[in-house]
Design a protein around this ligand. Structure first.
Ligand SMILES: *Cc1c(COP(=O)(O)O)cnc(C)c1O
Length: 374
């Protein structure tokens, strides 16, 4: 990488991230760094570039809207906002939407909605779960290393082992506002729940009146081969959040709630959320995903078959493999051979490529990853 970029970053930007290269261009499932190297991108901006980089339909929607109106405020009816809400209701089977600017903010909205509608204060969430970095969402995020330095956080939350329904039944009571879960744990490194886990959570929530809040920030918008991963479970959550893949990289998040669960006047708000540009990008993104969704499971299986000797797990195009301490080396070796992958928690190599990735790109990525894993 150009030394001046690195030096400038070190001089002026807070060192909260560990960075490698500088990416300057993208098209489809490919990106290029500032040295002109090309990569097949199995990170996709962390499951964000669902339609690939700079999909022409998304670029056009953003540009067209930018010429009309960039921002107007939620004091007015916002172009594209109700249309996007209608789409999200249609694909989720839930009832009403509230937009945010990020996944963490969608979690915060879910915390507020659960509290204000149940009148209860406490939450239950799972070990290894990730729901965001704001002071609200961090309180329901498990990883002690990122949460504890910021305690006390004002949201009381009990953590139980992911997959353990008995422990959950013991932790949820009539004072629990909501149970937060990921249908597949993404940041943890693609950890799969046991069969019927969501069904069991639904029952415990029904018995106690706690709301079932499914965080689909990473698994949503077609990544698992259905619009939302909960749709494999046969049950419907009370609240679903989504963000990452929703608008191909334009910042937006959403919470979608069942009939009867909604913010009343002045209970929530946001200056930017659900603006005309973000909603235009999301509507175009959903249009592209509609076309590729039928292929996502098949593409995921092609990946998993190619990587089978390393015991991959996942569903559709969210795939993880336990690699251990050498994960950073493997990531580096893949990059040197033109494939971007990333290490999620605990030595888990994670693949979350664009949903538009081609069979040829999958096969090339598989060869490079297999070679790097040895
Ligand atoms: C990334 C992520 C978040 C946080 O989203 P941000 O947009 O980074 O705030 C929340 N939940 C899950 C499951 C995520 O993967």
């Amino acid at each position: 990488m150009a030394e001046d970029s690195r030096a400038l970053d070190a001089r002026y930007y807070m060192p909260a991230f560990s960075r490698t290269m500088k990416i300057v261009r993208g098209a489809g499932s490919r990106v290029w760094d500032d040295q002109g190297h090309e990569y097949i991108d199995c990170v996709a901006g962390i499951a964000v570039a669902s339609t690939g980089h700079c999909h022409p339909a998304v670029v056009k929607a953003i540009c067209d809207q930018a010429h009309e109106l960039i921002h107007c405020s939620n004091l007015y009816y916002v172009p594209n906002q109700a249309e996007l809400a209608e789409k999200l209701v249609g694909i989720s089977g839930l009832s009403k939407v509230f937009f945010s600017n990020s996944g963490a903010e969608a979690s915060d909205g879910a915390i507020k909605l659960a509290r204000v509608r149940t009148g209860r204060k406490k939450f239950v969430a799972f070990t290894h779960g990730f729901h965001g970095r704001t002071c609200g969402s961090l309180a329901v995020t498990h990883k002690p290393a990122i949460r504890e330095p910021f305690e006390p956080l004002s949201i009381p939350c009990t953590f139980v082992d992911y997959g353990d329904l008995d422990a959950l039944a013991g932790a949820v009571d009539k004072d629990t506002a909501g149970v937060f879960l990921e249908p597949i744990q993404g940041e943890a490194g693609v950890l799969m729940p046991p069969d019927d886990f969501l069904k069991g959570i639904r029952e415990i929530c029904d018995d106690t009146g706690a709301l079932m809040i499914v965080d689909e920030v990473q698994t949503g918008m077609g990544r698992t081969g259905k619009w939302f991963a909960f749709q494999y479970s046969g049950v419907t959550p009370d609240i679903v959040t989504t963000a990452k893949g929703l608008a191909s990289g334009f910042p937006i998040g959403a919470l979608i709630a069942r009939e009867g669960l909604e913010f009343k006047r002045s209970e929530h708000g946001s200056t930017f959320a659900g603006g005309p540009l973000a909603c235009a990008a999301a509507l175009a993104t959903i249009g592209v995903i509609e076309g590729v969704l039928p292929d996502v499971v098949r593409k995921g299986e092609r990946f998993m078959k190619g990587l089978s000797r390393h015991n991959p797990r996942g569903r559709g195009l969210i795939i993880g493999m336990s690699v251990g301490d050498r994960c950073p080396e493997v990531q580096q070796a893949c990059a040197e051979n033109g494939v971007l992958v990333n290490c999620a928690a605990d030595g888990n190599l994670r693949l979350i490529p664009p949903l538009v990735i081609t069979d040829e790109e999958i096969d090339t990525a598989v060869d490079v990853i297999n070679a790097a894993l040895g």
